[in-house]
Design a protein around this ligand. Structure first.
Ligand SMILES: Nc1nc2c(ncn2[C@@H]2O[C@H](COP(=O)(O)OP(=O)(O)OP(=O)(O)O)[C@@H](O)[C@H]2O)c(=O)[nH]1
Length: 388
């Protein structure tokens, strides 16, 4: 039993598993939100990360636009302010500190662009092919920067993918651990459930045993109290009986034979009774019967039947001074609802009278029984708290 109690205590610690698994689940979900979401946002928004901006591409676009206008206008009218505006926009978008730090060609390319703007401002614009010659290194540089940017983005995407994979693995492992905890908890809960069912059954068995007389299997005094208290059985009368000279029976035939006689009687009494009957062994050779009879006449008839049946059974009793067979002394009383204690006491008085007057007989309760005998009767106190 000790190991069971130990296991029980251990289980109650394991009940914390529910809390642990739910907390772990919450942490995993929170981490997922804290880690993955900002990374994705960073990758796709690029709002606060100038190094990721594709300004060089826009710069190239304006530069090519200006170059195109100059080429189209060779020998004809040139809208120089517009060309200048495109070039300035290209310049501004290319003259970024980050490009200067990361790409060496930027320095020279920006200077060349500056000179080109200068020439256009002074309307000393080169012919288209000259302009192309000048712009070519700038475009080359821009291409280098664009490639660099592309590589940077590819690297950043690969890094993000790697991080995501790593976190997915962690999530998977975390979920697996939580799942295992859940399974363990479920198993422990199932085990505990079985244990408590077993304990309940055992308790019920013990309670039933506690209500039985171990020798005869009949109900004991507690069972009588319980049955009367809970009215599990409808009865209108109580019969108390005692084997005559049982001590001598034991002395002559031995205790095992005495035990056998008690068992035989407990088994036979309900069969001998012509009305619904419950048998209880109160102790020693004393039995109580709860019976359901119509009235006092029927109760008297039943007592007579029981004695007759005992006589017909003709169980030898070598120690009996009068007869050579087992005889019974019987006292009986009708019991009113709500007043079992009084009925019981009256039946006991009647039994006492039979014993005093020579045994082997039956007596119905005299309702005007001596108050003295009632007062000192132990059963009064025992059953006085029972309400029918
Ligand atoms: N075999 C056996 N004897 C028991 C058991 N319980 C009590 N007894 C015996 O039952 C006897 C009861 O004796 P008494 O109370 O004097 O009753 P009695 O001998 O029947 O005398 P009267 O009732 O006056 O006729 C005692 O000798 C007890 O030892 C039991 O479980 N088995």
């Amino acid at each position: 039993m000790r190991w069971r109690r130990g296991l029980g205590r251990w289980f109650f610690r394991w009940r914390w598993l529910t809390l642990v698994s739910f907390t772990a689940l919450m942490i995993v979900v929170a981490l997922e939100t804290l880690w993955v979401d900002p990374d994705l946002e960073h990758y796709f928004s690029q709002q606060d990360y100038p190094e990721e901006h594709q300004m060089v591409s826009r710069s190239r676009h304006y530069l090519q636009q200006a170059l195109g206008k100059m080429a189209v206008a060779e020998g004809a009218y040139v809208d120089w302010p517009v060309v200048e505006f495109d070039l300035v926009r290209a310049y501004v978008l290319f003259d970024i500190g980050f490009y200067h730090q990361q790409y060496r060609c930027t320095e020279g390319a920006v200077r060349q662009l500056d000179q080109l703007i200068d020439a256009v401002q002074k309307r000393r614009a080169p012919m288209a092919h000259q302009a192309t010659q000048r712009v070519l290194p700038i475009i080359e540089c821009m291409t280098t920067v664009e490639e660099g940017q592309f590589v940077r983005r590819a690297t950043s995407a690969a890094k993000l993918a790697q991080q995501m994979r790593h976190r997915q693995n962690m999530m998977l492992l975390g979920s697996l651990a939580i799942y295992i905890l859940g399974i363990v908890f479920w198993a422990m809960h199932e085990w505990q459930h079985r244990e408590s069912r077993w304990a309940l059954r055992e308790r019920r068995d013990w309670m039933q045993k506690a209500m039985r007389d171990p020798l005869t299997g009949a109900g004991n005094r507690h069972a009588l109290q319980r049955d009367v208290h809970h009215q599990v059985y409808t009865h209108s009368a109580v019969i108390l009986m005692d084997i005559d000279y049982f001590k001598q029976y034991n002395d002559q035939l031995g205790h095992p034979s005495g035990d056998q006689l008690l068992c035989q009687l407990a088994e036979s009494l309900p069969l001998w009774s012509s009305v619904p009957t419950r048998v209880y062994r109160l102790g020693g050779d004393e039995f109580a019967l709860l019976v359901d009879v119509k009235d006092v006449e029927a109760l008297g008839k039943l007592c007579q039947e029981l004695q007759e049946a005992m006589r017909l059974a003709a169980i030898p009793h070598p120690g009996h001074p009068g007869h050579r067979y087992v005889t019974l002394s019987i006292g009986a009383s009708m019991v009113a609802r709500e007043a079992f204690a009084e009925g019981y006491s009256a039946a006991d008085n009647a039994l006492y009278v039979v014993k005093r007057e020579g045994r082997n007989g039956w007596q119905l309760a005299d309702v005007s029984a001596s108050p003295d005998r009632l007062a000192k009767d132990e059963y009064i106190s025992e059953f006085s708290d029972i309400e029918h």
